[in-house]
Write a protein that binds this ligand. Structure first.
Ligand code: ADP
Ligand code: MG
Length: 736
């Protein structure tokens, strides 16, 4: 490791920014979607009736005829081959939040074994359905080994695309992944179902509140801000902990951290910039509309963000973006870290989910609008969203649960584990106005709602215009209204957006349905629509405004206030994961037809397994580095000290003793770590996942590993720099 560390430092002088393809062909409009085959390409390349059939199937879920599937498959194959593709793959998203693919070539033989000829073939059947061996993917117990089969089904709503290596190309077809018994084995299927729930509920509500509603479908939109660290690859390769666990398991804080506040939005390093530009060219070809790039708060931390899209496409595009970043980084001699907390003591990385609901008529339901009627509609959706967080904040918390994300939540760099909604001062006043009794009773506050009368009569009075940039940047809120969308900020940088997106969609859809039920019930009693809407908004807000919080989410006062309001504060992942199977949550997912009880049970099992396995790997990795690298370096340095120091001089004797003590402590703590890991392996069976994860958290992660690290980090500040085997924070974070 020491040799690698020193080589990494030496090699830095040779590293230059690499020219990207973009500089050879700098016309974005010409290359955008060059490597994509989706709706637009099917429309352009196939007969009108074929396209219409496809479109109908996409919009209504009607099955695709075999004939049309064959035609699309042939066109897709011809296009892919003309681009140089030799293989195709059904790309899917197993429950571990990663992506998976198995490649098959287009080659086929026609004729007999004796008289055969080569034929490049791809049928509608192969497009629509694939059958990878499901046995090696996490199923959380759904798939017993004797029924190991699962199948992938084409997701027509997400475009296919071409990926390449220096040796060739392959066609990637986004798919959903299910077991033969019908359960979803992936995150894509529930995401698509949750989007259907959003569509159903939104159309239902619009039918109730608009006289001649023209909206026939809706979907949520997602814009993902992706944070990441990017470091020199030499340092990455000199750190087995980064390679194996994604984070540094030891490392003393550098003299300079992020206290200078000079990195955020700062001038971008040329080497990094040229890497990101290279990624952008590739992503544009793949139809991913990346548009924003900038330095983030911590040294060596960056962010890129696309223009928002339909939530399932945006989710696929984020996963693709992460892959492109990882691959390209390697080409540029860099390494990208998506871990939520790769370095202790500097900010970690998140993945903000900007979320709204769009209709097929081009409207955004989360836009306050200008007229009283638009305002009512907006307030209904706002009330629904607030209600959903009030009742199901625990589910949002589960959706972001991982050992890595636990380091961020509540650490004054990300919203706390308490999930609340930030609405901004103006809307807060509106909510106040609506939910406080008659204006006469409470005494009119002339400043309550600027421009509007003090007593807000929905449908009659217009809300004051809510400027988009007025959505003050309250970074401490987990779920913030930002003008015409909500921004879910608690998600971690490495997580699949499908997880949180599916939950946001489902809980909001359920609230919209409930609001519809209430409106319908009152309509049946013959009440008048505008007063029904008024009272539904007021009632919902009254009951659920406990989820609204506009203050500083980083403070202890908020933790106490949230407890008084009865909002859950699920501090660690195991606490959160346990809540997934609360009866109210199972009923929610079943009612919204997104996940069954069996599937949810599987999700919970997988969350627990991931938690336990992650910490187990970290613990073993740390132990290994300590015993094989840190300890030998410490011992060698001790020998030097022993030879050089004069123990008759007290301060020198003290120095040696300190070194000796640290070595003793290191041995004791690393032995303790090892025996705790063994304990964990022996103590728990498959039925005790919760207990197991608590043990991993309390005994290993927060105790044994912390103790070991603390001694290592003290040693790092003493041992001769020439001998220290592990690349240092100051090198990794500041040298490019
Ligand atoms: P920020 O100031 O937080 O960076 P931006 O306005 O730049 O916010 O937007 C961040 C992300 O939100 C982008 O991906 C953007 O496309 C997306 N976004 C903007 N409007 C919407 C919307 N109505 N629905 C969903 N996402 C949106
Ligand atoms: Mg943002």
């Amino acid at each position: 490791l020491l040799a690698q560390r020193l080589k990494a430092i030496q090699d830095l002088t040779k590293k230059e920014p690499i020219a990207s393809v973009g500089q050879l062909n700098p016309k974005v409009d010409e290359i955008f979607e060059e490597d994509v085959f989706g709706d637009a390409q099917i429309k352009a390349k196939l007969h009108r009736s074929t396209y219409e059939h496809f479109r109908k199937s996409l919009d209504t879920g009607a099955p695709l005829s075999r004939e049309v599937a064959d035609q699309i498959a042939t066109a897709m194959k011809d296009w892919a081959i003309s681009k140089g593709a030799t293989h195709f793959t059904h790309w899917f998203q197993p429950l571990n939040g990663l992506t998976a693919e198995k490649h098959d070539s287009f080659i086929n033989f026609v004729g007999s074994t004796y008289n055969r000829s080569l034929n490049m073939n791809f049928s509608g059947g192969q497009l629509i359905q694939g059958e990878p061996d499901a046995s090696s993917f996490p199923s959380g117990g759904i798939r017993s080994t004797f029924e190991a089969r699962g199948y992938t089904a084409w997701d027509m709503s997400s475009p296919s695309f071409i990926r390449s290596s220096p040796q060739g190309k392959w066609l990637v077809i986004p798919t959903a992944f299910c077991s033969w018994t019908g359960e979803a084995l992936d995150l894509k299927t529930p995401l698509l179902k949750s989007n259907e729930a959003i569509s159903r509920s939104t159309v239902r509500l619009l039918n109730l509140i608009r006289k001649d509603n023209k909206t026939t479908s809706a979907a949520s939109s997602l814009g993902v801000e992706q944070e990441f660290f990017c470091i020199d690859r030499g340092f990455f390769e000199a750190r087995p902990d980064l390679q194996m666990t994604g984070r540094t398991l030891l490392g003393a804080k550098p003299a300079r951290g992020q206290e200078m506040d000079d990195h955020y939005f700062g001038h971008m390093d040329k080497r990094i910039l040229s890497f990101i530009q290279d990624c952008e060219w590739s992503l544009w070809k793949l139809g991913v509309p990346v548009t924003t790039r900038h330095n983030e708060v911590a040294p060596s931390q960056y962010e890129i963000a696309p223009i928002f899209e339909n939530i399932s496409v945006a989710s696929d595009h984020n996963l693709l973006t992460m892959q492109v970043l990882i691959d390209k980084a390697k080409e540029h001699g860099l390494a990208v870290l998506f871990h939520e907390k790769p370095f202790e003591g500097v900010n970690g990385s998140g993945k903000h989910h900007n979320w709204s609901i769009g209709t097929n008529t081009g409207e955004n339901m989360i836009d306050p609008g200008h007229s009283p009627l638009e305002n009512v509609q907006f307030l209904l959706f706002l009330a629904a969203t607030i209600r959903s967080v009030s009742l199901f904040g625990d589910l949002l918390r589960v959706s972001i649960a991982s050992p890595a994300n636990d380091f961020r939540l509540g650490a004054n760099e990300a919203p706390p584990a308490i999930i609340s909604v930030y609405v901004g001062d103006l809307l807060a006043k509106v909510i106040d106005e609506l939910t406080t009794q008659d204006a006469e009773e409470k005494g009119v506050d002339p400043n309550a709602v600027p421009r509007g009368p003090s007593h807000l009569q929905l449908g009659v009075t217009a809300l004051p215009a809510i400027p988009k940039d007025q959505s003050d940047r309250n970074r401490t809120s987990s779920f913030a209204f930002t003008g015409n969308k909500f921004e879910f900020r608690a998600a971690g940088s490495s997580a699949s957006p499908a997880r949180s997106s599916m939950v946001i969609n489902t809980i909001v859809a359920e609230s919209i349905e409930t609001i519809c039920d209430e409106i319908e019930a009152s309509l049946n009693k013959g009440e008048e629509l505008s007063s029904i809407l008024h009272s539904v908004v007021v009632k919902t807000l009254k009951e659920h405004k406990r989820a609204v919080f506009n203050g500083n989410g980083y403070t202890q006062e908020w933790v106490e206030e949230a407890a008084r309001r009865g909002l859950p504060n699920l501090r660690s992942a195991p606490d959160a994961i346990k809540e997934l199977l609360a009866e109210k949550n199972i009923q929610l997912f079943e009612r919204m037809k997104v996940l069954s009880r069996t599937e949810l049970t599987a999700h919970q099992t997988i969350y627990y397994e991931e938690y336990v396995k992650t910490i187990n790997i970290e613990a073993r990795c740390l132990h290994n580095i300590v015993v094989t690298s840190v300890l030998p370096a410490a011992l060698e340095y001790k020998k030097t000290l022993k030879d050089a120091l004069d123990v008759d001089i007290p301060v020198q004797a003290e120095y040696l003793k300190n070194m000796n003590d640290l070595i003793t402590k290191l041995l004791e703590h690393s032995n303790q770590l090892k025996s705790s890991v063994q304990d964990a392996e022996e103590k728990f069976d498959d039925e005790q996942l919760h207990e197991h994860s608590i043990f991993m958290r309390d005994v290993i992660l927060n105790k044994a590993m912390v103790n070991v690290r603390s001694v290592c980090d003290q040693l790092e500040e003493i041992v001769d720099n020439k001998l220290w085997p592990v690349a240092k924070y100051s090198e990794i974070l500041y040298r490019k």
